[in-house]
Design a binder for this molecule. Structure first.
Ligand SMILES: *[C@@H]1O[C@H](CO)[C@@H](O)[C@H](O)[C@H]1NC(C)=O
Ligand SMILES: *[C@@H]1O[C@H](CO)[C@@H](O)[C@H](O)[C@H]1NC(C)=O
Ligand SMILES: *[C@@H]1O[C@H](CO)[C@@H](O)[C@H](O)[C@H]1NC(C)=O
Length: 214
């Protein structure tokens, strides 16, 4: 009786192995980044050489708009970076300083598939999550949770890190919040620096095909 047991185990493991083998071979294919959901809200903690910043990111592809609402750690100034897919960008405050800078760019907002063509680098545990890691044009390193497929972090070639704190798929900011203030339209105020935003960074590399053509 006891001698049958090892054989039974052998047969069982052979049976399991043959069932699993198609799955195993498909998981050994090179993973590709999950396209961004067409609408989501995400809270990002940014770290640039120890300077911390919070970004409220509202990505809204069907409506052709993207919002970064930015605040430095313990900062009392909130910066609004509103981007339209027609290439128009508004960068402003909503406090008494009434600062606004607008820009007309050659490209629209990031496409949901903007990570297409990224190079797979393997798996790494970051912030406690096992991630698939990709790199695109030596510009961005992108970390996606292996199980949930949600982004965990991305890191720019400058060392600037974005840590994804929340990722609410389908969340949409109400239309009224997408209205740039009136002083964006009646005067030119160039006092704001737009260099830190994702789109601004991407723009410097847009020839590599990151953004949608307008
Ligand atoms: C921020 O990034 C620096 C490296 O640039 C690192 O030494 C530091 O620990 C990070 N701080 C936080 C709060 O993640
Ligand atoms: C792009 O769209 C925004 C929002 O509708 C608008 O304010 C802006 O004037 C448009 N820009 C151009 C160049 O049409
Ligand atoms: C732009 O905003 C800055 C900062 O509040 C202010 O000092 C400056 O006078 C403004 N410029 C114009 C043209 O309104």
């Amino acid at each position: 009786m006891t001698s049958i047991l090892p054989i039974a185990f052998l047969l069982l493991s052979w049976a399991i192995a043959s069932i699993l083998s198609p799955i195993v071979s498909s998981t050994t294919e090179t993973p590709t980044p999950t396209p961004w959901p067409h609408q989501f809200h995400s809270i990002l903690f940014m770290n640039y050489s120890g300077s911390l910043q919070k970004i409220d990111l509202w990505y809204d592809w069907p409506n052709g708009r993207n919002f970064n609402i930015m605040q430095d750690q313990l900062g009392d100034k909130i910066l609004y970076d509103l981007e339209w897919n027609n290439g128009t960008s508004f960068f402003y405050t909503l406090d008494s300083t009434q600062e606004c800078k607008s820009a007309q760019l050659e490209v629209g907002i990031l496409r949901p598939d903007w990570l297409d063509g990224a190079n797979y680098l393997g798996q790494q545990t970051v912030n406690g999550f096992l991630c698939n890691v990709w790199e695109k044009v030596d510009f961005i390193w992108y970390y996606e949770d292996v199980v949930s497929k949600r982004p965990v972090q991305w890191v720019f070639y400058t060392g600037r890190q974005a840590h994804v704190m929340t990722f609410e798929v389908g969340a949409v900011l109400e239309d009224a919040k997408w209205q740039a203030p009136v002083y964006c339209f009646n005067k030119k105020n160039k006092s704001l620096d737009v260099s830190g935003t994702l789109r601004a960074s991407v723009l410097r590399r847009h020839s590599q095909g990151f953004c949608s053509k307008k």
